[in-house]
Design a protein around this ligand. Sequence first.
Ligand code: GLC
Length: 554
Amino acid sequence: MVLTDDPQWFKHAIFYEVLIRGFHDSDDNGTGDLRGLLDKLDYLQWLGIDCLWLLPFFASPLRDGGYDIADFSAVLPEYGTVDDLAALVEAAHARGMRVIADLVMNHTSDQHEWFQESRQPGSAKRDWYVWSDDNERYSDARIIFIDTETSNWTWDPVAAQYYWHRFFSHQPDLNYDNPEVQEAMLDVVRFWLDLGLDGYRMDALPYLFEREGTNCENLPETHEYIRRVRKVVDDEFPNRVLLAEANQWPDDVVDYFGAGDECHMAFHFPVMPRMFMAVRREEAMPIVEILEATPQIPDNCQWGIFLRNHDELTLEMVTDEERDYMYTEYAADPRMVSNVGIRRRLAPLLDNNRSIIELFHALLFSLPGSPVMYYGDEIGMGDNIYLGDRDGVRTPMQWSIDRNAGFSRAEFAELYLPPIMDQVYSYQALNVEAQQRSPNSTLHWVRELIHMRKRHPVFGMGAFEALRPANNRVLAFLRESEDDTVLVVANMAGSAQYVELDLSRFAGRYPIEMLGNTYFPRIGDLPYLLTMGPHGFYWFQISALIDATQTSER
Ligand code: GLC
């Protein structure tokens, strides 16, 4: 298989976020690595993944999962070498899969040689970071990691000044007002794309520049620089994608698409917590409202939709009232709270309720955007809230009942983190091998849905229209393109419901339930009645206009 020459490939791709450290260990040292991931590409291809997103693999002291980069052009030795990365990309491409990776532009590790140089008095690199005698500057900027940081400034005794950091104090922000920094980071962009990577997830994008009197987020200067990055990509690297991590309100997130000249994709941060809200409140409104408040995006752009990722379930972009509600409903134990969010995996958040897990995947694969899955969620992996920071959702992938979940043959004590071994989610009971053998497993179910989605590009490319049925427990929407129409109906309640939908503009056509290929009664001018089981959902393809006599016997 070869990669298609398709600049819009990301619009109909299924993405899979993978923690190299936790996926598969090929050299028995207790840490996952690039060769280990390469060994598992067949599995990912079988699942139906089109694009891998690799969490940071760069040289790093790993104080922030590798988002603290000490050398932008070196691979962390425990993960392998630059050649191993090239081999991984080549093997993925040979399977028709693409690979993107995190690009951390905003900051470096304090171990990076740029910072070590910068802090020396009289250094030519002094201006590569943001230094000040005054730790009151930019006081309108919020603190993001409120669990550990009390200020965005930290005193450096060597430099005898404060340096600016939006995240951990060991992650100094680069100074984008310095043209040398701008150029150096463009070289980083080029370095990995030259090696064959298909693009980047642009980490922490809103914070590149600082300006007094602002909250130092989403500044015009930041957007201007992103346009420069995009131009380099467009001019030099065809068919690549830039995916923005901008945890902002809908109106601000859309700015990261620019006029189709900034990022190709951006995560839809606001919709994610509202899915969790909707199912607990048993009403569709939180999802409908946020999608209707989401501005249109340029034609050459796409949302990234996700349920969970390697961070806490962030609650920064919800109202105070909604945040309180989420904590009450989803974080019963204070250990589950991390910064402004909840550090748990999908299955435990949903009480391991299979119907809700199915419902959530049905939404992930049908709402407007390209789905971005998180490793392990396809088998309903659990978490460990007793581990520090966000490690509880970054435990080893559970491959089999073998030692260390089949993840590694190292001594248990050598593992970077222990696999899940609790009563419910333990790898002995919950693993890929067992689920592959069990036709009714979550894994098979998710895979079937993925493959159904892939047969209908309308899910990626089609227009979105919410229907507003009188029964507000039911979410109903259309996805439409010129040659395909899909109707999605989802019961957010844990009780049986009925719903009447105005489908009169499809009068004479048939809803075909897609998973069973079942023709439902013909659509007429009257409201279309559907009954739904608890947390049930339907994906219907609306048939073309066909002669009723042909289908009456079906
Ligand atoms: C992003 C990453 C997160 C990291 C932070 C700082 O938000 O998703 O894991 O801690 O950036 O680099």
